[in-house]
Design a protein around this ligand. Structure first.
Ligand code: NAP
Length: 270
């Protein structure tokens, strides 16, 4: 199947970040793309989409060009397709082509820290859940969550799994529990570290998707946090998570149509 190359949308920003995190040995390139966007210097930004998953990205801006493709989708002509479309778009828009191009190493070099992502939405008081569900229904945030995690491995606690009782489509589903039996469409692990190791062994980016205990435990190892701050309080909330923002550095932030704020955060290394 040929990848569809199209312009980025706001809900693609997390998935683009993940492409570069998975492509390069350090988060520097992912952060560069976010910074270029924030300063208005990201002249051209195109994604490669395959079966609704963002699998590649090309960026031109600030006198540079940068290309990333998820490791599982290399050697399929996706980088070449992105590059061709990127050059054409630059020419049509009168954007000067950069003298140098940043490309990921052909063979993945050893990571300083293996990537581990966390994605969550929090209310103003740390509200996380209500009666076994997410307290709000923000359409753009649902799209952001789906686009960011699609094609990767999602790791959730038993109660979060029980909320749906069916796997999230297009993702490898892992459930962490000491009590749950065999599952249809998901695998269970008795510890978070076993689930993370299983995701990595399959070449998938592990995403911790909740609830509170998994976030608490995962934060120590996380290399990226995708946080949606919902302004509307949820007075009936019964699950809370205190995210210690003093341990996190902001890479990017923007607002959604309903006033919610999306933030890409990088935990400080100890
Ligand atoms: N706002 C958001 O972004 C977001 C994201 C996810 C979930 N939620 C909401 O949060 C609520 C669920 O969260 P929750 O914190 O109550 O429950 P949860 O984390 O989904 O599930 C808790 C259960 O998961 C297992 N578990 C969790 N951490 C474990 C660990 N480190 N090792 C072994 N087992 C572990 C345990 O199962 P056993 O008892 O079987 O051992 C534990 O009882 C729901 O309302 C859901 O909708 C919100």
């Amino acid at each position: 199947m040929k990848a569809l190359v199209r312009a980025e949308r706001p809900t693609d920003r997390g998935a683009i970040d993940v492409v570069h995190l998975a492509s390069f040995p350090t988060p520097a390139e992912a952060t560069l793309v976010a910074k270029l966007r924030a300063t208005g210097d990201l002249s051209i930004s195109l994604v490669a989409e395959l079966d609704k998953s963002i699998v590649g990205h090309v960026a031109f801006g600030g006198g540079r060009g940068l290309i990333g493709v998820l490791p599982a989708y290399r050697h399929q002509g996706i980088a070449a397709g992105l590059l061709e479309a990127g050059i054409e778009t630059c020419r049509a828009a009168g954007v000067e082509l950069p003298p140098a191009f940043v490309e990921p190493p052909t063979e993945r070099t050893r990571q300083r820290r293996e990537p581990l992502a966390m994605i969550l939405a929090l209310g103003p008081k740390g509200e996380l859940g209500q009666s076994g569900r997410v307290p709000w229904d923000v359409r753009e945030d649902r799209a952001f969550f789906a686009t960011t995690t699609r094609g990767h491995a999602v790791i959730m606690g038993r109660r979060t799994w029980e909320e749906r009782r069916s796997p999230l489509p297009g993702r490898t589903n892992f459930v962490v529990s000491t009590s749950i039996g065999p599952l249809e469409g998901a695998e269970s692990f008795s510890t978070l570290s076993a689930a993370i190791a299983a995701a990595r062994a399959r070449g998938a980016m592990p995403f911790v998707i909740g609830g509170a205990r998994l976030y608490e435990e995962g934060l120590g190892e996380a290399t990226r946090v995708y946080l949606t701050e919902i302004g509307e309080p949820a007075p009936e909330a019964d699950v809370f998570f205190h995210l210690d923002r003093s341990r996190l550095v902001e890479v990017a932030s923007w607002f959604g149509a309903s006033g919610e704020r999306y933030r890409i955060l990088e935990p400080l290394t100890r």
